[in-house]
Design a protein around this ligand. Structure first.
Ligand code: PEP
Ligand code: MN
Length: 445
């Protein structure tokens, strides 16, 4: 099991969604450089997250996984990273307090730079160029030069991830995530919104509880820091393979580019290279499952990726769409459960609900997102399985990318502040609203 297949043997399996580099020597140089770089995360931290995800699989904790669809190199700024962490902390505290369930916090950040695309090409005004595949592969700017696949970007992924992770670690251990900051996370535009005021009342209750605890002399470490982990889609094999190392403690391979990596809906072929690489790494891993997934597909994936049926090792992230979840999910969950597969079930209510607005912007309706999460909870409740978490695309800023929500964003508002280079994200107010709604669903499980 500890023998990792060579990068060449993975490519020989016919990898989908990979960059096409025209200069093999430059690609080899980037891969060699990455192999010399220090790990971004430690294997022991991956094991800690795996233990937490085992609690999720057992129905004792809830996973909050969120961040950009696609991070960008230009987005590695202090404000941007802080804002994303802040909204995740706010959501986590809402879920923990309102539902009394431990929340496992995993940022979709510090490595989320590669995107699978449904088309290799993009045409604008009669000009056709390679599609944008994430900053890991090419540039967003619509010019031939920028859209060329450039292997040196893989090294930049490493450095951008390191800078983001360094700041994230400082924020979560250096006082910013201290529960006594619960009010200060609720700043600026959010505070004025009605969900912000609801949050403010809850923060007041938490603060009173903290003061009481302190008065009786209790001040546990948990009040001052949070556990925070990172994840991204493990898409580009050159990068993920180069970042796979043998852990000196256990002599087992880990992908040290993030704590958790997942296989996307487009690359989850049972005999494909992504499953082959992921089969060998010891990180906790996920697989996205769309509406065409059969129970046999899922059972076979679990057999391949988690042959020992270890709890916490495997998370299935379902993304059916609000219209298909109630019909499609029950059979999948029932048969996977009946097969004795130990897995955490998580809902991605974003990717099955994307559509193009008449203005041309890719968007999602907040109501569809909520409807899918509600469907996910209802299906699991009726089967007796645990709705283990949510996987969402969000940002800490007040962007206008998804329509609806308490601020009632309309299609015409999309142009106002649409910043995503890929899929539309919930803004900070919508994210907080989602957290309150999910907390209510959790209370009645
Ligand atoms: C994504 O998470 O951004 C993504 C592309 O998802 P999926 O593989 O589910 O389509
Ligand atoms: Mn996406």
């Amino acid at each position: 099991m500890s023998h990792v297949p060579s990068l060449e043997s993975l490519h020989a399996l016919g990898a989908r969604q990979q960059p096409a580099y025209h200069d093999p020597a430059a690609r080899d140089a980037a891969v060699s450089r990455l192999r010399t770089m220090p790990p971004l995360v430690f294997a022991g931290e991956c094991d800690d997250l795996k233990a937490k995800l085992a609690d999720v699989a057992r129905g004792k904790a809830f996973l909050l996984q969120g961040g950009d669809c696609a991070e960008t190199f230009a987005g590695v700024t202090a404000d941007n990273v802080r804002n994303k962490l802040r909204v995740l902390l706010q959501m986590a505290v809402v879920l923990t307090y309102a539902a009394s369930v431990p929340v496992v916090k995993v940022g979709r950040l510090a490595g989320q730079y590669a995107k699978p695309r449904s088309s290799d090409l993009e045409t604008r005004d009669g000009v056709t160029l390679p599609a944008y595949r994430g900053d890991a592969v090419n540039g967003y700017e619509f010019t031939a030069e920028s859209r060329q696949h450039d292997p040196s970007r893989l090294v930049e992924v490493y450095h951008s991830s390191a800078a983001t992770l360094n700041l994230a670690r400082a924020f979560v251990t250096g006082g910013y995530a201290d529960l006594r900051q619960v009010h200060t996370w609720n700043t600026d535009f959010v505070k004025e919104s009605s969900v912000g005021q609801r949050y403010e009342r809850m923060a007041g209750e938490i603060e009173r509880a903290l003061t009481f605890m302190q008065a009786i002399g209790a001040d546990p470490d948990e009040f001052h820091r949070v556990d925070f982990h990172t994840c991204h889609e493990g898409l580009v094999l050159d990068y993920e393979h180069a970042m796979t190392r043998i852990d000196s403690r256990t002599e087992l391979p880990y992908d040290v580019s993030a704590h958790f990596v997942w296989i996307g809906e487009r690359t989850r072929q049972l005999d494909g290279p992504h499953v082959e690489l992921f089969r060998h790494i010891r990180n906790p891993i996920g697989v996205k499952l769309g509406p065409t997934t059969t129970p046999d597909d899922a059972i076979a994936l679990a057999g391949r990726l988690n042959p020992d049926n270890e709890a916490g090792r495997l998370t299935f992230v379902t993304r059916f769409g609000s219209e298909r979840i109630r019909d499609g999910l029950p059979d999948l969950v029932e048969k996977v459960t009946a097969a004795g597969v130990d897995v955490a079930w998580v809902c991605d209510p974003m990717h099955g609900n994307t559509f193009e607005a008449s203005s041309g912007y890719k968007t999602r309706r907040f109501d569809d997102v909520i409807a899918e999460v509600q469907g996910f909870f209802d299906v699991h409740r009726s089967i007796g399985t645990w709705p283990g978490g949510i996987h969402v695309e969000l940002t800490g800023d007040d962007v206008t990318e998804c329509i609806g929500g308490g601020e009632e964003l309309l299609e015409v508002d999309l142009a106002h502040r649409y910043e995503s280079v890929c899929d539309p994200r919930l803004n900070r107010v919508q994210s907080l609203e989602l957290a309150f709604l999910v907390a209510e669903m959790l209370r009645t499980v």
